[in-house]
Design a protein around this ligand. Structure first.
Ligand SMILES: *Cc1c(COP(=O)(O)O)cnc(C)c1O
Length: 391
C-alpha cells in the first residue's frame, strides 16, 4: 500500500527521470519476449537502427542495460588504459564526477575546473592540450544538469580531434532536447539515455562509439570483458544472428522503441524547438518575478533544465516541499555543490511544453510567497506568456 499521507505529484517538472510519454508507457507494457527468440533478435536490431537514425550515426550505437551511469562508467573502464593521461573538464557535479571514474583507470588525471555556474572555454582546452601533449583522452559533460549549464562541445570536439586525442561526451540530459549528435561534436564515446529528453524510462544507456574508439578499446588489455562494464562484449549484439552477452532489459527496450518512434515521428527539430521555447518562457518568467538564474549568462543556460537561484533567506528544501504539497508540483534540487543554492525546473520530453513554464512559475512564486518572500506572480506569468506568444 502506498503511504496515504504522501500524494502523487500532479506535475513532475524535474530534470530526470521524467514522466514518460503515454506512448512509452504503452511500449513498456508490450510482451516480454525471450531474448533468443528470432522475433526479439530482429526487433533489437531494428531498435538499434532507430537509435542510430536518431543519433545521426553512421555506425550502430551500443545499448547497455542500466541507466546512463552504467554507460559512463563503461566508457571510462573500456576506453582508458592504465598508461593514459586523461583531461577531465569539470563545470559541474557530473563533469567532476566523471573524473572519479577516470582516476580509477588512468595513469594521471588532469582537470580544468570552472565555477559551477560557468562553462568550459574551448581555448583553455587547446592551451592545455598544447602544454600537455601526452593527454590521450578528454572527457566533458555537455549539459551539467545540477547547474543547468551547457558546454560548447562542438568547439571542444574539433580541438580534441585536431590533437588526435579521444573524446568522451556525457550528453545524457541534452541529447533529444537540443541539436547535439556524436559525430557533430567528434565524440568517440557519446553517452545518453532514454530517461531525460527522450521522455522514456530510466534503465538503459545509449552509446555512440567511433571506429577509433573501438580500435583503442580492442588494443586496451584492461578493457573489461564478461562484465556489465564491457562495451566490447556488446559490439555485435545488435545483429540478429549474434547472441547477447547477458540478458537485455526486454521491457526497457520495448519502451525505448516507443520513445524513439515518438521522437522521430514528431521530428527532432520540432522537439528541440519546444524544449527551447519552454526554457525561454521559464527564464523570462523567473526574471520578471525578480529571481536570478543560476547560469552566469543566458547564453549558457540549458534548453532542457532551468536552474534558478534560491533567494537569500529561503530554505531550498522548504521551497520545494511547499511547491510539492500545496500545488502538487515536483521540482529538482541542486546536487553536491549546488545543493541548497538552486531549484531546477526540468523541461524534458513530455514536460517540454511551453505552458508548463506557467505552471512552474506559479508554483514557485506561490511557494516563495508562503515562505515570506513575496514575488509578483502576475508579472512572471505575463512575461512567460509573452515569450511563448513570441514563439
Ligand atoms: C541524469 C544524468 C546522468 C545519469 O545519472 P542519474 O543517476 O540518472 O542521475 C548522467 N549524466 C548527466 C549529465 C545526467 O543528467
Amino acid at each position: 500500500m502506498p503511504d496515504p499521507t504522501i500524494r502523487e505529484p500532479a506535475f513532475t517538472l524535474t530534470s530526470g527521470p521524467v514522466d514518460a510519454y503515454p506512448a512509452v508507457l504503452r511500449g513498456l507494457s508490450r510482451t516480454i519476449h525471450y531474448d533468443f527468440d528470432p522475433f526479439f533478435q530482429a526487433f533489437y536490431e531494428q531498435v538499434t537502427d532507430k537509435a542510430r537514425t536518431a543519433m545521426r550515426l553512421s555506425t550502430p550505437p551500443v545499448i547497455l542495460h542500466g541507466e546512463p551511469v552504467l554507460g559512463l562508467e563503461a566508457a571510462a573502464a573500456s576506453l582508458i588504459a592504465r598508461e593514459d593521461v586523461v583531461l577531465n573538464l569539470a563545470s559541474g557535479v557530473y563533469g567532476k564526477g566523471f573524473g572519479f571514474w577516470a582516476k580509477r583507470y588512468c595513469a594521471e588525471l588532469v582537470e580544468i575546473e570552472v565555477p559551477y555556474n560557468e562553462a568550459i572555454d574551448p581555448d583553455a582546452v587547446a592551451r592545455m592540450l598544447q602544454a600537455r601533449p601526452e593527454i590521450r583522452i578528454v572527457s566533458v559533460c555537455h549539459h551539467d544538469t545540477p547547474s543547468g549549464t551547457i558546454n560548447p562541445v562542438e568547439a571542444i570536439g574539433r580541438i580534441v580531434r585536431e590533437h588526435g586525442t579521444w573524446l568522451i561526451v556525457d550528453a545524457v540530459s541534452s541529447f533529444g532536447g537540443m541539436d547535439v549528435h556524436p559525430e557533430a561534436c567528434c565524440a568517440d564515446i557519446f553517452v545518453t539515455g532514454p530517461n531525460k529528453c527522450l521522455g522514456g524510462a530510466p534503465g538503459l544507456s545509449l552509446l555512440g562509439v567511433s571506429d577509433r574508439a573501438w580500435a583503442k578499446m580492442k588494443a586496451n588489455p584492461d578493457a573489461p570483458r564478461a562484465s556489465m562494464l564491457s562495451l566490447l562484449d556488446w559490439e555485435h549484439a545488435w545483429k540478429r544472428d549474434q547472441p547477447f552477452p547477458f540478458t537485455p532489459s526486454v521491457a526497457e527496450v520495448n519502451g525505448l522503441d516507443a520513445a524513439l518512434d515518438q521522437y522521430l515521428a514528431e521530428g527532432p527539430e520540432a522537439v528541440w524547438a519546444r524544449h527551447a521555447l519552454t526554457a525561454r518562457a521559464c527564464r523570462a518568467g523567473l526574471q520578471a518575478m525578480g529571481l536570478a538564474l543560476w547560469p552566469a549568462r543566458e547564453a549558457i543556460a540549458s534548453p532542457t533544465t532551468t536552474a534558478v537561484r534560491v533567494p537569500d533567506g529561503v530554505a531550498d528544501e522548504a521551497l520545494r516541499r511547499t511547491a510539492r504539497e500545496r500545488y502538487g508540483v515536483a521540482f529538482s534540487s541542486g546536487r553536491g555543490e549546488t545543493l541548497g543554492k538552486l531549484v531546477r525546473i526540468g523541461h524534458m520530453g513530455p514536460t517540454a511544453q511551453p505552458l508548463y513554464a506557467v505552471v512552474a512559475i506559479s508554483a514557485l512564486g506561490g511557494a516563495l510567497g508562503t515562505l515570506g518572500h513575496a514575488v509578483d506572480i502576475g508579472r512572471g506569468v505575463a512575461a512567460a506568456m509573452e515569450a511563448i506568444d513570441a514563439g
